[in-house]
Design a protein around this ligand. Structure first.
Ligand code: SF4
Ligand code: SF4
Length: 602
């Protein structure tokens, strides 16, 4: 056979291996009914580039994708361009991704070395440990093959060997990489708060859906939707979820990576009849604070949190919850608040400060939603008091009104605990109330209420209401120059709440705080913030742990040696306050931004 013919033959096999990959890819698209438009492809590409540039893990994952894409383009162009100037110019583009792939191998090996102690701690079974190691090795092989591919393309003499590597890599990709890719495309535009709701109460009450046809619990892995099952099989054990998880970091019995992989192995081994609770412990589910760091940071967009909430719902529906969780649910069901206190008069104390009820202030512009913690807890009432004082100082008190005894829980804690029905009941009642009073803007004190109104209620029919966090409102006051502030020489550190800064990417008052004092932000800040430990109902119950999450967070903040820690969430403030008290840090001040600003107004 002459050389030219041999080259052509090799080239045909290269192309065949690409087609082989595409066949598997489109088959997976069909399974989850995913259709691609040009707009979606462009949008996805822009999103992936943004993700790739946003962090080291993002970049090393992006390097795998780019390594695969570039090596495929190069191989396709080789017969036309090999050894030309353009060829070498094109190869130069791959250099940063080659570096990324090297770093990726190091990252993988470090996860692999951390694997045994974590799996030991989580009491993972032998079969799981084996599967987990094999999965790591598969990905490492794909990375090494892609890397070799990119490097060998610099030498045209080695094209035949390189083609064999390329074909082997594409076969492995078709078998192991298609599902992660499809999962990424399916979920890249789904925000953390997005939940596939098992039912809509409104549809049930309007008779559009038969109550008997609703399946809310997951007794069998096949009760998960196709989208969530895809998420399970998409996990490449990158391990970044485990790295950022506050529960794992304090050795609670939860690693989001292990959680997903256990279910995925169960699904693979016993696809027909397997109960997820065969491999998942209750405490594993309750260890989660719903901070969303795992879902947010996963490069292949696995939806850990949605699946954790599905399983929590199953426990709640079967009554498999302990007294503290049951008490929280019955408190909200019975009293309409999380404090088991009569709801009547919950905000009477605000009237003494001159705040009017909605029916006494028909010209109000904003509804002030106080929230349960700031309504009933004396320490957290101070946040609202400070906010009211600021409004008085700038002559805007009459622009707000409260619902008084009509205000209830927003429903976030019960939803995150697993009672979807009660959440939707509360949400529909509140939406009705907002419509009745023609409310156009709501100011919330708590990021959990903020997220519920801004995102969760929208899914249930809330329309055209502007939701503003009180710190955002203060930002608006500063923009319109309504306030001027004193300065202090104290060092200030900021704790960003997950439900504000990660869920909603809001990091308020940065410039204002910098005008007041010397602000230093911790490593984990903004959308990469670290939870205080109070979210997802955790404020009301305990789980086994080596250390409290709030203590871990406080220690991270203390590394910056602050005099004042600023928060924007009553739960965060309460959690960090308790941690500071336990550590007897008497000189440290933990304040909501409103409290600091109130004291600084000239
Ligand atoms: S949501 Fe937060 S606490 Fe829960 S598994 Fe993910 S990272 Fe861990
Ligand atoms: S309580 Fe504060 S830090 Fe914790 S999950 Fe909520 S918003 Fe996040």
């Amino acid at each position: 056979m002459n050389a030219r013919l041999l080259e052509l033959l090799i080239y045909s096999f290269d192309v065949l291996s690409i087609l082989f990959f595409l066949y598997f890819l489109f088959k997976a698209f069909k399974e989850v009914r995913l259709s691609l438009s040009l707009r979606k492809i462009v949008d996805f590409t822009i999103h992936e580039i943004g993700d790739g540039l946003s962090s080291l893990v993002g970049f090393i994952h992006f390097s795998i994708v780019m390594g695969i894409v570039l090596s495929t383009i190069y191989v396709c162009l080789a017969p036309l361009l090999m050894d030309s100037f353009v060829w070498y110019a094109l190869l130069v583009i791959s250099i940063p991704f080659v570096a990324g792939l090297f770093v990726d191998i190091i990252w993988r090996l470090s996860i692999l070395s951390k694997n045994p102690p974590i799996l030991e701690y989580l009491k993972a079974q032998r079969a799981f440990k084996k599967e987990s190691t094999i999965s790591h090795i598969k990905v490492i092989i794909i990375i090494i093959l892609t890397l070799s591919n990119l490097l060998l393309l610099w030498d045209s003499e080695l094209f035949a060997i390189n083609s064999l590597i390329f074909i082997a890599r594409n076969i492995l990709l078709s078998l192991f990489f298609v599902r992660p890719l499809v999962n990424t495309i399916l979920n890249y535009d789904k925000p953390i708060h997005y939940l596939e709701i098992p039912f809509k109460l409104r549809d049930v009450s309007q008779g559009k859906v038969e109550i008997g046809n609703i399946k809310t619990s997951v007794e069998n892995i096949n009760d998960l939707t196709e989208r969530k099952k895809l998420s399970l099989s998409a996990c490449l054990e990158i391990g970044v979820c485990e790295d950022v998880c506050p529960a794992t970091s304090v050795l609670r019995p939860l690693s989001p990576r292990v959680f997903i992989r256990k279910l995925s192995i169960l699904m693979k081994d016993k696809p027909v009849d397997d109960n997820p609770f065969e491999v998942i412990e209750k405490d594993e589910l309750w260890s989660c604070t719903t901070c969303g760091a795992c879902t947010f940071s996963c490069p292949v967009k696995v939806r850990h949190l949605e699946i954790i909430l599905d399983l929590r719902r199953t426990l709640v529906e079967s009554g498999l919850i302990d007294r503290k969780k049951a008490n929280l649910l019955s408190s909200v069901a019975r009293y309409g608040n999380t404090f088991s206190r009569l709801n009547d008069g919950r905000n009477d104390w605000l009237r003494e400060l001159g705040v009017k009820n909605i029916d006494q202030n028909p010209n109000f512009k904003y509804l002030l939603w106080v929230g349960c913690l700031s309504s009933f807890d004396n320490r957290q009432r101070k946040i609202v008091e400070a906010f009211i004082k600021i409004l008085k100082k700038v002559g805007k008190l009459d622009e707000i009104a409260i619902l008084g005894s009509l205000e209830t829980c927003c429903g976030d804690p019960v939803r995150k605990l697993g009672d979807e029905g009660m959440f939707q009941e509360l949400a529909l009642k509140n939406i009705e109330l907002f419509e009745k009073y023609n409310i156009t803007s709501i100011i919330t004190v708590c990021p959990h209420c903020y997220n519920a109104f801004k995102n969760d209620y929208r899914e249930l029919g809330l329309r055209d209401i502007k939701v503003i966090h009180h710190a955002e409102f203060l930002d608006m006051l500063f923009e319109s120059n309504a306030l001027s502030l004193k300065t202090i020489s104290k060092k200030i550190t900021v704790h960003d709440p997950c439900y504000l800064s990660r869920y909603n990417r809001v990091t308020p008052l940065i410039n204002t705080l910098e005008k007041i004092g010397r602000v230093r932000r911790p490593k984990r800040c903004g959308d990469k913030t670290f939870c205080c430990g109070g979210g997802g109902g955790n404020y009301w119950y305990e789980v086994p742990e080596k250390k409290r999450i709030s203590h871990e967070r406080l220690e991270q903040l203390l590394e910056l040696k602050p005099d004042i820690i600023i928060t924007f969430c009553p739960y965060c403030k309460a959690m960090l306050d308790d941690a500071a008290q336990a550590k007897e840090l008497k000189r440290l001040e933990i304040l909501d931004a409103a409290e600091l600003i109130d004291g600084m107004i000239e």
